[in-house]
Design a protein around this ligand. Structure first.
Ligand code: PRP
Ligand code: URA
Length: 210
């Protein structure tokens, strides 16, 4: 099995991604646009979710409608930067539960270091969508997917705004069952493990810490 990489090629996403990439974009706008992109990506990444037919009584008659029928959703941001995508996701999936995984990259080895985890109690029953703006070496994404599998999750999707080919390859090797949704795949990683041309440090730009 090999996971599917969905590149969400949409004019609105392209336009907003150009704003995120721009070094002149300040914290306030960066945060708002990150959330808007997350909402647009959520719309695209939930296209295949199952529905069931229902009849709804309108003021004028009976309408044949569809409502979501599959597993309930858990949104799982990787702290910190993943937090910037939570509100956008919840604007589309307001009933979703949110689990948090705290990971930071060791600056020398790029290995993910875990510092926090709190999941909804029924996480194993839910369709989990991991969110993080950046998929660089793939260390954090792979650790998060492993974590969720440890909790019994069997249906996991990964959503990133930007990815490097290295991160996608790692996820394909280590988690071939996890589909990936990205707005763009960039050229490469630099010697510091940053995506080039990328958008810089997503956490610092969302929270204004640099
Ligand atoms: C960033 C980003 C990802 C990770 C990606 O987080 O938000 O979680 O790096 O890199 P990887 O694919 O090589 O693991 P960072 O570790 O900078 O922490 P932060 O969100 O707290 O800033
Ligand atoms: N984390 C970031 O925030 N940016 C990158 O380019 C790589 C990892």
């Amino acid at each position: 099995m090999s996971n599917t990489v969905h590149i969400l090629d949409h004019p609105l996403i392209h336009h907003k991604l150009a704003i995120l990439r721009d070094e002149r974009t300040g914290t306030r706008e960066f945060r708002a646009v990150t959330s808007e992109i997350a909402a647009l990506m959520c719309y695209e990444a939930t296209r295949d979710m199952p529905t069931r037919e229902v009849e709804v009584k309108t003021p004028l008659g009976i309408a044949h409608c569809k409502t979501l029928a599959g597993k309930k959703v858990a949104i799982v941001p990787i702290l910190r930067a993943g937090l910037g995508m939570v509100d956008g996701m919840l604007s589309m999936l307001p009933s979703a539960k949110v689990g948090h995984i705290g990971l930071y990259r060791d600056p020398d080895t790029f290995a993910p270091v875990e510092y926090y985890c709190k999941m909804p109690p029924d996480i194993s029953e839910r369709e989990a969508i991991i969110i993080d703006p950046m998929l660089a070496t793939g260390g954090s994404a792979s650790a998060a997917a492993q974590f969720l599998k440890g909790y019994g999750c069997r249906h996991i999707r990964m959503m990133n705004i930007l990815a490097a080919p290295e991160g996608i390859e790692r996820m394909q090797r280590e988690h071939p069952d996890v589909d990936i949704y990205v707005a763009a795949v960039d050229e490469r990683l630099n010697e510091h493990g940053y995506i080039v041309p990328g958008l810089g440090d997503a956490g610092d730009r969302i929270f204004g810490t640099k």
